[in-house]
Design a protein around this ligand. Structure first.
Ligand SMILES: Nc1nc2c(ncn2[C@@H]2O[C@H](COP(=O)(O)OP(=O)(O)O)[C@@H](O)[C@H]2O)c(=O)[nH]1
Ligand SMILES: [Mg+2]
Length: 240
């Protein structure tokens, strides 16, 4: 059995965290959860610590303040590598990613190095999102594909599974981007290294509780990242 770490970054997810952890752990005996919390004012980390008392499969990293989604994942990747996990998942705390779909990603992780839970594989599988967010996300993906050539339909998805070999090739110190930009960058790096990428269709549902931390800044950062990757790709010989 493979040891898997499901990394869930949290910022003010007290309403979701105590529900999502048991649901995730119930999906597979090899699953462990790592919450990366940025000192959420609503006490998210306190709830996690309470749950840790009775369950050794729950892990927690506490950071001093809101440092962003990208570096939260980087902290999680480091933890996974030093603690000997074979598979490393990314997932949101807000039930946009259905815990039951984790096993769909797991099923492909033997054959592929990076598995992405994709909203745009068979049409559009998004529930309850305002139309402007859907258009933004869909066009961002089209834009990314056209400019970088990355053969991924949902490059901004935050529901993913990496084999540890992929993370071992990343220069984790150099990854500074956040949100969507972080997802595009990690997919691009995996692709340029020649890793096998597979997208499984999943249904994405808008958050049940709490509020989104999406911002204009995160969108601009991603738009800029696409060009950075394109130019980096033009001047490097990796895999070409
Ligand atoms: N640790 C940490 N988690 C964050 C941060 N920003 C967002 N998150 C978490 O990342 C996940 C996705 O964020 P969300 O607000 O749902 O973004 P959206 O789905 O794009 O609207 C959620 O689990 C958030 O709690 C951050 O700065 N630090
Ligand atoms: Mg969300």
């Amino acid at each position: 059995m493979k040891r898997s770490l499901i990394i869930i970054p949290t910022y003010n997810e007290a309403d979701n965290v105590s529900k999502i952890i048991p649901e995730v752990l119930a999906q597979d005996e090899g699953f462990n959860v790592l919450i990366v919390d940025d000192n959420s004012p609503d006490g998210t980390a306190k709830l996690v610590k309470e749950m840790q008392k009775t369950n050794l499969r729950i892990h927690l990293i506490e950071r001093p303040n809101k440092l962003g989604l990208g570096t939260a994942y980087v902290a999680g990747f480091r933890y996974a590598l030093t603690h000997g996990f074979d598979l490393v998942f990314e997932m949101d705390a807000d039930f946009s990613h259905d815990p039951k779909s984790l096993v769909k990603l797991l099923a492909k992780a033997g054959e592929y190095d990076l598995v992405i839970g994709s909203r745009y594989i068979s049409g559009v599988n998004v529930v309850n999102w305002p139309m402007r967010r859907l258009i933004l996300s869909y066009s961002a993906n089209l834009y990314t594909r056209i400019i970088t050539g990355l053969p991924v339909k949902d490059a901004t998805a935050g529901f993913k599974c990496y084999r540890r070999a992929v993370l071992e090739t990343f220069d984790l110190d150099s990854i500074k981007s956040n949100g969507y930009s972080f997802q595009i960058e990690t997919n691009y790096l995996a692709w340029k290294h020649g890793f096998r990428i597979y997208e499984v269709p999943i249904v994405f549902t808008d958050r049940r509780e709490g509020v989104s931390k999406m911002s204009k800044h995160i969108v601009f950062e991603a738009a800029w990242m696409v060009w950075k990757l394109k130019f980096r790709g033009l001047f490097s010989k990796e895999n070409d």
